[in-house]
Design a protein around this ligand. Structure first.
Ligand code: ADP
Length: 547
């Protein structure tokens, strides 16, 4: 599907004529040091993870040309971002900031309003500004990926770890403000940020936290990356998953390097699920599970080998339980249903005592088996978890994409309490609807403590319009079925943001009204990422934009 000539003309911003657009683009070029504006009029290329487009969503769930920008602009510093924002206000053209645009599965680089101008911050603003050894913290620009931060920390030779999500190519800053997760004890990325610098929709530059106090003689404040809350209302949160500002700098805490031990535990029966969840809960709440462990279904053991679906199953419909059982015979664990991937941290003595307890608890499930990395073959997925769980960015998870031709993925990500009844309810909804819509189910539960992020990975063929339409149908039905039971998503693809935002409707949509009040106050012209996370500025509301 790559490099097909464009079927449609350049997508203009809403209510902007070609003449106004041309004038605006000329004006935009003038406000930048480099003439850093590109029109989005060439063939769209999906590329691959490391060469992803900033013109559209590489993992399109609708027609590739639907969610496109009109142009991309590359600022070099915060002051240019301010100029771009002022320009957008002058011409009433919507802009859509991205850090790196590798948010694949949630919309990639696509703007919510087609024809917006994408502000690609990452290309020219990609420095690690500071690594503070004593304080174990850093300050980064939007274009710093996990790979880059990892390298820079390595170069210092300091005993410090970063925290990385499953794939290491994304922006550290972008992932944190989208409230993504990683897997070390610092896995909650937003919780481990400290200090932000933001360009507001009126062009003003703001620093949050202790950064609001000017440092001596114009220096950055020395406590900026030490203390999150500072004085007065804590406002950092409103700049995550929102459209209230463009984040140009962000501080993060780094983890002191430590000894650690990764492991996996397998469980033989589908019905062990309840017991597993109820054993996880106290261990997680007491923080004996020190990081963000994962519970996965056995079918993932097949998928992460990187072998295509056709290798395991060639019959009609979904991969059958029988085919999974047969496939597992090629792997070292025999017939299993669930796998728990964990890692313990600390000195050897504490790791041993933690593991002893964990083994006793999970050992209560008949037939469960405990493995260390040394027990499994060198190409087993556990070795990739060893890296991720010790802060080493990898690309292993891309092997999923061999499952189908032209594969892309889409995540359904509800939050479940770490309680067997609730987790079962959500799992049943997901399983049943995947069946109805004809998709294999790939559940991964990321354990944060009192709750788990249930990530259902829908893998679809993006060259097949029918599969895409079924993937959308499946998403919509899962969102509403989960909401009926009181469950909601922590994050979603931009196509489903309105529907998800609508489920947060308690007391006549009080939350939506509150968000709209802030939006209208900060962004009266509605130029910044209209519709992002279901927040629409006044001029767009009730105009048929909601999906
Ligand atoms: P990734 O970290 O995966 O490369 P993106 O750059 O695609 O992620 O960011 C994810 C989403 O977060 C974007 O689509 C955008 O809506 C928002 N976003 C990213 N960076 C910024 C930023 N610096 N300021 C404001 N919003 C941002």
């Amino acid at each position: 599907p790559e490099s097909i000539p464009r079927q449609k003309p350049l997508k203009l911003p809403p209510n902007i004529t070609q003449e106004t657009f041309d004038v605006a683009i000329t004006a935009l070029e003038k406000v930048l040091i480099k003439q850093a504006v590109e029109l989005n009029n060439k063939p769209l290329v999906d590329g691959w993870y490391m060469e992803h487009p900033n013109t559209h969503d590489a993992y399109h769930v609708i027609e590739q040309e639907e969610m496109v920008c009109s142009a991309v602009v590359y600022p070099s510093n915060a002051s240019e971002v301010q100029s771009i924002v002022k320009w957008a206000n002058e011409f009433k053209i919507p802009i859509y900031p991205i850090s790196m645009g590798r948010n694949l599965g949630y919309g990639g680089a696509a703007p919510r309003v087609p024809g917006s101008v994408v502000v690609d911050l990452g290309r020219n603003m990609n420095k690690v500004l500071n690594i503070d050894e004593e304080n174990a913290s850093c300050m980064v620009e939007p274009g710093v990926s996990y790979f880059k931060l990892y390298e820079e920390v390595q170069k210092t030779g300091l005993p410090l770890w970063i925290d990385t999500p499953d794939l290491g190519g994304g922006s550290v800053l972008g992932n944190a403000i989208d409230r993504g997760v990683g897997y070390t004890p610092y896995g909650d990325h937003f919780a481990n940020h400290c200090g932000m610098e933001i360009v507001l929709p009126n062009g003003e530059l703001l620093r949050t936290g202790m950064g609001a106090i000017p440092g001596k003689d114009g220096a950055d404040n020395p406590t900026w990356t030490c203390f999150q809350h500072a004085f007065g209302p804590s406002i950092d949160g409103i700049f995550s998953q929102s459209n209230f500002g463009i984040v140009t700098k962000m501080g993060f805490w780094l983890m002191p390097a430590t000894e650690y031990q990764s492991y996996m535990i397998t469980f033989p029966r589908e019905d062990d699920f309840e017991k597993i969840v109820d054993i996880i809960r106290p261990l997680a709440v007491k923080r004996i599970l020190g990081n963000v462990p994962q519970l996965r279904h056995a079918i993932q053991e097949l998928a992460v080998t990187g072998k295509p679906r056709s290798h395991w199953y060639s019959g009609p419909g979904r991969v059958t339980r029988e085919a999974i059982r047969e496939g597992l015979k090629e792997l070292p664990f025999g017939n299993i249903s669930w796998v728990f991937y964990g890692t313990q941290y600390g000195d050897q003595a504490s790791i041993s005592s933690q593991l002893a307890l964990i083994k006793v608890e999970f050992g209560k499930i008949p037939g469960s088996k405990f493995y260390l990395p040394s027990d499994v073959p060198a190409d087993h997925y556990l070795h990739s978890r060893v890296q991720v769980c010790s802060g080493v960015p990898v690309l292993k998870e891309l092997d999923w994409l061999n499952w189908k031709p032209n594969a892309a993925h889409l995540f359904f990500s509800p939050i479940t309490p770490t309680k067997s009844k609730d987790a079962r309810k959500i799992h049943t909804i997901i399983e049943k609807l995947h069946q109805n819509w004809g998709f294999d189910t790939f559940p991964t539960l990321c354990v944060a403590g009192r709750e788990m992020h249930y990530i259902a990975n829908i893998v679809y063929n993006r060259a097949d319009p029918d599969e895409k339409s079924r993937a959308r149908g499946l998403m919509r039905e899962m969102i509403s079925a989960a909401a009926k039971e009181g469950f909601g998503e922590y994050r979603t693809h931009l196509l489903f943001a309105d529907q998800v935002a609508e489920t947060y409707s308690w007391n006549d949509g009080a939350l939506r009204k509150f968000n709209e009040t802030i939006k209208d106050a900060l962004d009266p012209n509605g130029i910044l990422a209209p519709g992002r996370n279901g927040i629409w500025p006044r001029s767009y509301r009730d105009q048929g934009w909601e999906l």
